[in-house]
Design a protein around this ligand. Structure first.
Ligand SMILES: *Cc1c(COP(=O)(O)O)cnc(C)c1O
Length: 355
């Protein structure tokens, strides 16, 4: 089975090799050293200042999103959340659950978050801006520099979920004015699911997290930051995924990885434009290409491809029959796209696919 998904994605042999081994015990100096090296390397790849704080949470990305929302804000805050799909909506739901006032900027499918639309909103009543850099449900990539200008204008903290854009699209905590960045193991890092990473700069930590009483135990960021000082976690972490991450970061060439993903995205997009599909005209992440099926037969095509061992990413909700998403993350080659494009072309030539 070839995965053209966004997570889990095709893993590298080195990662699978590590995943197949006996785990070590983790309350040791040796393991602490591994974790501290990860902390340092993560800061380097996301261009965070050295006094930033890093937490390794044993949770999927949603756990990290929740930990940031619940550990940083309360009723006295007001968040401005970009809601352009299911992941933006998840931030709105988290704010509701944790009783944090917010307003959403809704971006209906097909529309773009433009400078005009954003700057028309008076931001003076907000404390923080919350965005999924790449809204994975639609493929839209938001302009982080534009968002940075908006946040500077109104002095807002900037919270960025870069879970699906990290390594696909360039992001820099320091240069993009990001207060808090969220990453996860199963997207472009191409590791097993279960580990998420929260990076916060020192200002955000001091002002919003440090002195706040805990609202829970497992996702308590202060507890994680405290333990991280000695390269440990408060509870048993996903030891195996941490070892996979250590290996991945040791070998990672950040620029080269981004170029590879971009090359695959461009290769697929050029050829897909010759099929009977429509590519959206809002800005796209390199992580995936959404293809709009004019005949509303996305589900049928998904099933046929799956039977052929080609797993693309289906959409949910209203987009289920309309949009398929073709992932570009992980261990994929241009030949893999040739195979997928050939299969797609064949299916679409038939009058009635799926019948
Ligand atoms: C995948 C993803 C997440 C995390 O989803 P989980 O299923 O909890 O891992 C969060 N945000 C974005 C933008 C994502 O693509």
């Amino acid at each position: 089975m070839k995965l053209f998904t966004v997570g889990p994605v095709m893993m590298y042999p080195e990662t699978m090799n590590i995943a197949g081994k006996q785990l070590p015990y983790f309350r040791t100096e040796e393991f602490s050293r591994i974790v501290l090296t990860i902390e340092q390397k993560i800061k380097e790849v996301v261009n965070a200042k050295t006094d930033s704080k890093v937490a390794l949470l044993t949770a999927s990305g949603t756990g990290a999103m929740e930990s940031v929302i619940m550990n940083s804000f309360d009723e006295t805050d007001r968040l401005l959340i970009i809601n352009g799909g299911s992941f933006g909506n998840r931030f709105c739901e988290l704010a509701q659950i944790h009783h944090i006032p917010y307003d959403a900027i809704d971006i209906p499918f097909g529309e773009e978050l433009t400078e005009e639309k954003l700057f028309a909103i008076d931001g003076s009543q907000y404390t923080a801006f919350v965005v999924n850099h790449h809204e994975t449900s639609t493929g839209q990539l938001y302009d982080i520099k534009m968002i940075q200008r908006y946040c500077q204008k109104y002095q807002l903290f900037l919270i960025v979920d870069a879970i699906s854009s990290f390594l696909a699209d360039s992001i820099s905590m320091d240069e993009d004015g990001i207060s808090c960045l969220i990453l996860s193991s199963q997207k472009a890092l191409a590791l097993n699911p279960g580990l998420s990473i929260v990076v916060v700069n020192s200002l955000f930590y001091e002002r919003k997290i440090k002195n706040r009483p805990p609202k829970g135990m497992y996702l308590d960021l202060n507890l994680h930051f405290k333990n991280m000082e000695r390269g440990q976690t408060p509870n048993t972490p996903a030891v195996g995924v941490i070892l996979e991450l250590a290996d991945r970061l040791e070998k990672l060439d950040y620029q080269k990885e981004m170029e590879e993903i971009k090359k695959r995205a461009n290769y697929f997009r050029e050829r897909a434009s010759k099929l009977e599909v429509i590519l959206p005209n809002y800005p796209l992440s390199n992580a995936l290409t959404p293809i709009i099926l004019p005949k509303q037969n996305a589900t049928a095509i998904f099933e046929i491809l799956k039977r052929q061992g080609l797993m693309v990413t289906p959409s949910g909700g209203d987009l289920k029959d309309k949009v398929l998403r073709i992932g570009h993350l992980g261990n994929l080659t241009l030949q893999d796209y040739d195979q997928l494009l050939m299969a797609l072309e064949k299916i679409m030539k038939k009058e009635n696919p799926g019948a």
